[in-house]
Design a protein. Sequence first.
Length: 577
Amino acid sequence: MLKRPFDKSKLPSRHVTEGPARAPHRSYYYAMGMTEEEIHQPLVGVATCWNEAAPCNIALNRQAQSVKMGVKQAYGTPREFTTITVTDGIAMGHEGMRSSLASREAIADTVELTMRGHCYDAIVGLAGCDKSLPGMMMAMVRLNVPSVFIYGGSILPGRLNGEDVTVQDVFEAVGKHQAGNYSDAELEVLERVACPSAGACGGQFTANTMACVSEAIGLALPNSAGAPAPYESRDAYGEASGRAVMDLVEKNIRARDIVTRKSLENAARIVACTGGSTNAGLHLPAIAHEAGIEFTLQDVCEIFRDTPYFVDLKPGGKYVAKDMYEAGGVPVVMRELRRAGLVHEDCMTATGYSIGEELDKVALEADGRVVYPVDKPLSTTGGVVGLEGNLAPEGAIVKIAGMSDDQLSFTGPARVFECEEDAFAAVQDRAYEEGEVIVIRNEGPAGGPGMREMLATTAALSGQGMGKKVALITDGRFSGATRGFCVGHVGPEAAHCGPIALLQNGDMITIDAKKGEISVALSDEELAQRKEQWAGPRETIYASGALWKYAQLVGGAKHGAVTHPGAGVEKHIYADL
């Protein structure tokens, strides 16, 4: 590759590398073994969420070395740094889950602060687990520098009795065990084989959903999300991502040139057609917020409503991320969406070419097993549906992938719980009835605090064989691994005196995923009267520290549960300082 001259007079790193006044700064770079040439090249942040908390992140530091090689090949100077991540599989079902969504903001904030503090010119971000993917993408869009995202890759499926198994099966096995239908010995065998490698959860849970988003939105190179974490082929994508970011620096193509209203719509399409995680309904509005684009939960759900669901992935379907990769990955899925006229083809991508130009290069066809032809979908509407009504004036969301038409409406009396622990205990004790709507409130972004996922409870219900016999609604969230009639993101949340705060045992609730409605059989007058009598938000034990701070700042789920005003009111762009 020919050496390219870069004009640093307009790049942020000039503030730390150029001119006599920066001699002290340069002395630090020499201390790290950098050459004069490397100091005066563009400085590229290589950010990872590496840690030893879980398999999702354990391979990221190795992959970062490949990215750095690619940056160097293209005459940039990589500077590796890490940020935090909270892994939902470890945090699930206890107090640790309160840290999960808050970690998304901490990731975005710490990447921003690192980039600003050291005046890096561009970023390649590697992420592995749920919140780290949107957190990294949010930072890219907030900074508006040349940016390339790369997923750390999925875990390989485990095998038991001739079948693929994932961590979802382990969570559900806990429910079977509690119901007396699964022995201690069986559980011990399953837990040992379910997760056989590095990588993020293998079904179309939140990590793989947001990995698909990274390609569809244009921040990741085509097909870079697909290869499982242990595959050595990931190194080639890492190198290519490093080279690509230098091309973007040369062409001054920035994150907000890529993340537009149209590309956000492309991203929502990929979530819908793959039966992706409901958490995308939080993360897409949050990414949009960083670009100053109004793109709410309802906007996401409008796209979900008219997008066919045609990729057969767990938890609603049969297959895992490795299978989708072997069937052609996101490019083949996007090609099918294009056949139906559901892709904005003019959107820029991290390759420097439009999504349409990239799809022109895709020769593979839908295999009809993992990826169905778009004109022969699993269902004509997306795997995730938005709901509105007098119980959720700001909207709610439900995942219907894998559910039949006769399962898409539910009416039953409320059984109200004030937190997830109370609901989980009741499920363990079978202290609920078939036909009820289990209500878990005070688990929203502010009220939780932290908007916990309810996988332990929903998996226990599924394990008891009751997943289709009750419904569940919450102002909290659900794991991408959740299945059954489970409604999350109910807004306004209970802490803000949304209608969910006013429910009482026995109130008749109707959920209709076909019509997109969620309502309680109470008049406006009755709801107003209950609101007058409301005792106020439930007091939590979080009176100081990071979670207290998060609860003070966080907004509603409708806009992505964000904690700052966003690009709509910004007075500068970092890359232009």
